[in-house]
Design a binder for this molecule. Structure first.
Ligand code: NAD
Length: 359
């Protein structure tokens, strides 16, 4: 089997689908890895780093399996020969047109975000690995913009109270944000509509904010709230948010517009110099005042909506992602090291968004 690692073209994307350590493992399994020249440049991994572990630099788009981070552009999609297996973050729910083009081109496409979140697939869970990076970086960004300290300090020049940080949405990114904020010395509180995460919030040293609204959906995800629930949630959150210096929002519902949790009124109630970091900007934002990809100051509060945070920490983000991909790829090979897609396997059936054998 030949595996191609191509160069990412999205502006600001610094990750690469495989790091040399992962290439080494695949080569040891008898696979041939072809890396497009410059694929690792933005992550500060050179062509010769890849060559030194057994990869060749060349026509990666022509490989049997093409590994990517982000979805291909329309032009890139045409470079994939019929029968190619493409694996990456393909945004199947929002990128329907491109998926159709891939299908028409005879490409078998696996979207890593569609891998079922089951225990057996945990090592392949790229959404989780990249969300951890995002949660971590969101806190650093908030700390950088806050006009106050995060930790409590007792100094000769006076005592400083710790920052109060609220994280809305306590999934993978939210829990990592809570843990990171706590490591920086902040007083942390977590909130979610899935009551089962209360225990996880407490386990990272945070308080649990209980607003009495539960919305458990399918597959471990939250469901969309009804209009009445939404209004009630916004009302109760608006009141709660005034007590926090920093609000980090991570709330998503698969395939839906992100819920608005932080209203303009809530921002107005926050202390001046406060910060909102909205990780849901790409899906419409969790804050009413969010402008995707921008930092704006409203009522003395900085509202920051960074896009693609994992891309800014390319070494570890790529390392974790490559581990996810090699685990997935490993599960697609038979004992002879040939590709053998078993569509009766829920992981394969779940990840495959287009291609032969999919029903
Ligand atoms: P996500 O990115 O889809 O959403 C982030 C969080 O926002 C979720 O916790 C969700 O409940 C919350 N949310 C949605 N709407 C909300 C609202 N209106 N108000 C407040 N919060 C809201 O979620 P995720 O981080 O990808 O993880 C979702 C689930 O998947 C979790 O249960 C997680 O434990 C589970 N999971 C399982 C595995 C596994 O077993 N392999 C791996 C990773 C995650």
């Amino acid at each position: 089997v030949t595996v191609g690692v191509v160069k990412e073209s999205l502006p600001g994307e610094r990750r690469v689908a495989l790091v040399p350590k992962a290439v080494e493992r695949l080569v040891a399994r008898g696979l041939k890895v072809i890396v497009e020249s410059g694929a690792g440049d933005a992550a500060l991994i050179t062509d010769s780093d890849f060559e030194s572990v057994g990869a060749t630099i060349g026509e990666a788009w022509a490989a049997q399996v093409v590994l990517k981070v982000g979805p291909p552009t329309a032009v890139e999609a045409t470079r994939l020969a019929p029968g190619t297996l493409l694996i990456g973050f393909l945004a199947p729910l929002s990128n329907v047109e491109r998926i159709k083009e891939l299908a028409e081109g005879g490409v078998t496409a696996f979207a890593v975000e569609s891998i079922p979140r089951i225990t057996r697939a945990q090592a392949m869970d790229a959404l989780s690995s990249q969300s951890s990076v995002a949660g971590y970086r969101a806190v650093l960004l908030a700390a950088e913009r806050l006009t106050r300290f995060f930790p409590m300090l007792t100094t000769a020049a006076g005592t400083v109270a710790p920052a109060k940080v609220l994280v809305l949405g306590a999934g993978v990114a939210g829990l990592q944000a809570l843990a990171t904020a706590r490591r920086l010395g902040a007083q942390t509180t977590g909130y979610d509509v899935r009551p089962e995460v209360a225990e996880q919030v407490r386990s990272v040293g945070a308080q649990w904010l209980d607003l009495g609204i539960e919305a458990v959906g399918e597959g471990g995800y939250a469901r969309e709230l009804t209009a009445e629930e939404r209004a009630e949630q916004q009302r109760r959150l608006t009141e709660a948010i005034t007590r926090f210096d920093v609000v980090i929002t991570t709330a998503l519902v698969p395939g839906r517009q992100a819920p608005v949790l932080v209203t303009a009124e809530a921002v107005r109630g926050m202390p001046s110099g406060g910060v909102v970091v909205d990780l849901a900007g790409e899906s419409g934002g969790n804050c009413e005042l969010t402008e995707a990809g921008q930092d704006v100051v409203r009522h003395g509060v900085t509202i920051s909506s960074p896009l693609n945070l994992p891309a800014g920490m390319p070494a570890h983000a790529s390392e974790l992602y490559s581990r996810n991909l090699t685990e997935l790829l490993g599960s697609l090979l038979n004992d002879e090291g040939a590709l053998a897609l078993d569509f009766s396997d829920e992981v394969v059936a779940g990840a495959c968004v287009t291609g032969e054998g999919r029903d």
